[in-house]
Design a protein around this ligand. Structure first.
Ligand code: TRP
Length: 473
């Protein structure tokens, strides 16, 4: 399937074409080795030659094994031609629309697929579990190759989950829980191993932090992640600063990725410039490597062909577009992906939240009183200015942040629908809507805090120890 641009069998995208020539070359070689019928070999060679010709036409360069093209046009992260385009990359999310980013457009621009009713039904059929409300409500809305994962699962072929977090500060907010809540659910319904990467190295490179501080944030964040309830027998959590130095297999995958991606390509994908430090430029390979099972020989017993599924927020997709482009060229399967929408800031859905602004979200360390005050004071309202007007015209759930937060955290579909109708009709006032959110979040956060308290240093150490998990390969 095309990643960077959509193409048919013979793509016009140089990287895709490069991949196709490489794969076809391998096919010719293996046909020859097997002493296949002459006609078969000739047909394969003919196709190889025509692919090489297309490659030359597209790039102006001869195909050279092992040297991917350097001048190709990567997908644009926006803004594009239209003025209403959103901008999304791993560090910035910008939109001028109060409803937030236009996710249907993003799917088209990123070349991913929509998680539609058919796919959701298939997940239910295959696993026998009611789809998570993040699926039912379009919070995880986009994917790549999810049907392949389900095919494999139906054929009893193993796969594993990979997700992660950049520990930019000690405090996590409720939005940071979204991928972890969903990943935990996936792990339970599919019963598969999970690896969680803490990119403390990334945060050291991008932020004004010491290496020691970044690692310390990783450990603090790991406690919050463990408090989500992951099974210690099925989950490996690692800090890059720690695991990289202990795992030759992980490092081998990193340099394989590094060899197959040029500076030009990461410039196109991530917007790096000549004045970015070389640590940043090579970092994407470190986020790519956990998508290959050989990075974890202790878990996968040196098996090479166990597919990876990555649940993440859509802003992480550039890393994995790159990973998927490289994978076949270094002999691995492309990881599959499931993407979530962004979690809106209290002030409105226009931007991603910032962990450094305490009023931009609800933190996992907030007291019941802080939760109440923040929501009452800062949650952007879609209600009308006066009670009279509100009763007459009703509120707008599409831009109301309290309502948006309820779609993430209020599991009861009927109750959510009632709230929506009452708010839209004007029967429910903004203060009452906010109260519903406060009453949903206060117990949720209190429970999280209790569970976090029970996470001991020994547990953290055990989760972070490279070891075999409760699966045999
Ligand atoms: N770069 C991500 C962040 O800043 C962290 C991360 C690493 C990640 N690997 C991942 C997120 C895999 C999702 C999936 O938060």
């Amino acid at each position: 399937m095309a990643d960077i641009q959509n193409g048919g069998f013979c793509s016009r995208n140089p990287l895709e074409l490069f991949e196709q020539v490489t794969t076809q070359g391998e096919k010719v070689r293996s046909l020859k080795a097997e002493k296949a019928p002459k006609d078969d070999i000739e047909a394969a060679v003919k196709l190889l030659l025509s692919l090489k010709l297309s490659y030359k036409t597209a790039t102006g360069q001869e195909y050279k094994a092992g040297s991917p093209p350097t001048n190709f046009t990567p997908v644009s992260n926006g803004p594009g031609d239209g003025e209403d385009e959103d901008f999304v990359d791993p560090w910035t999310v910008q939109t001028s629309n109060a409803k937030g980013v236009d996710y249907d457009k993003l799917i088209v621009r990123f070349g991913s697929s929509k998680i539609d009713k058919d796919l959701i039904n298939r997940i239910e059929r295959v696993t026998g579990h009611k789809p998570h409300h993040f699926l039912r409500r379009g919070i995880f809305f986009s994917h790549r190759d999810m049907n392949q994962v389900l095919d494999a699962y139906e054929n009893k072929k193993p796969f594993y989950l990979y997700t992660g977090r950049g520990p930019s500060s000690e405090a996590m907010h409720v939005g940071h829980l979204i991928p972890f809540i969903f990943t935990k659910w996936l792990q339970e319904i599919f019963n598969v191993p999970l690896v969680i990467q803490l990119t403390d190295d990334e945060k050291y490179l991008w932020k004004d932090l010491t290496v020691e501080k970044a690692y310390q944030y990783a450990i603090e964040n790991i406690k919050d992640i463990i408090a989500c309830g992951f099974d210690i027998n099925k989950t490996f959590i690692f800090s890059d600063l720690q695991y990289l130095g202990t795992s030759p297999e992980f490092y081998k995958n990193i340099i394989k990725v590094q060899k197959h991606v040029t500076f030009n390509q990461v410039k196109g994908i991530f917007g790096f410039t000549d004045s970015d430090c070389i640590g940043k430029i090579s970092f994407p390979a470190i986020q790519a490597a956990p998508a290959f099972c050989t990075s974890f020989p202790q878990i996968f017993n040196n098996k090479k062909d166990i597919q990876c599924l990555i649940p993440c927020a859509i802003d992480q997709d550039p890393y994995f577009r790159m990973t998927r482009d490289v994978a076949p060229r270094i002999g691995y399967a492309k990881p599959a992906l499931m993407h979530s929408v962004f979690f809106p800031a209290l002030q409105g859905a226009q931007t991603k939240m910032s962990a450094s602004d305490p009023n931009s979200s609800i933190f996992l360390t907030d007291t019941p009183k802080q939760i109440k005050t923040k929501i009452n004071k800062h949650a952007f309202s879609g209600g009308k200015d006066t009670v009279e007007e509100h009763r007459k015209y009703g509120g707008n759930c599409d831009v109301d942040v309290s309502y948006m937060y309820l779609t993430f955290f209020l599991e009861d579909d009927d109750k959510l629908e009632q709230i929506k109708q009452a708010y839209t009709s004007g029967a429910l006032l903004t203060g009452e809507l906010k109260k519903a959110l406060i009453e949903t979040l206060q117990p949720l956060i209190a429970t999280h805090q209790q569970r976090r308290k029970q996470v001991t240093d020994e547990m953290v150490k055990e989760f972070m120890t490279p070891r075999k998990l409760a699966f045999s390969y």
